[in-house]
Unconditional design. Structure first.
Length: 144
């Protein structure tokens, strides 16, 4: 990432902290807090997507005349959509469970899917940064 504020850092860290927290006996409270944190994460992810994909965003710095880089940008854009869908589905699952009196959400499944999401997002962010670095490095090296 560049020097600008990383809008995803704090929301992802909060989700990871929740994943490591014990919820036994406090499942509904944990699920309530997770739903709130997922909403914050979704908002941050939407901001990240807007900033990254804007005409002056990170992807605009990538030389998309090179087919391999253009394909990578397309894949990263698809990731954005996938992350948003996954996070919204998790949040909705939690909300449905919380609306059902006496029901306890399947925390094992939710934790597992959330771990997969945060792991995939970390990999994705590394790929975004690497793509920009590759594009800039290649451009700078081309004139030598």
């Amino acid at each position: 990432m560049n020097a600008r504020e990383d809008v995803l850092l704090t929301p992802v860290e909060k989700l990871e902290k929740m994943l490591s927290a014990a919820a036994l006996g406090r499942e509904r409270d944990w699920a309530d807090r997770l739903a709130v944190n997922l909403t914050r994460f979704i908002n941050a992810l939407q901001r990240h997507v807007s900033e990254t994909e804007a005409t002056t965003g990170m992807f605009s710095k990538v030389d998309q005349t090179r087919p391999s880089l253009a394909r990578q940008v397309s894949a990263l854009r698809r990731d954005h959509d996938s992350f948003l869908v996954s996070a919204r589905e998790l949040r909705e699952e939690l909300r449905r469970a919380l609306r059902s009196p006496g029901s306890i959400p399947d925390l094992g499944s939710i934790r597992s899917r959330l771990e997969e999401l945060t792991t995939a997002l970390k990999r994705h962010r590394e790929e975004e940064s690497g793509l920009v670095i590759e594009s800039v490095t290649t451009d700078l090296g081309a004139g030598d």
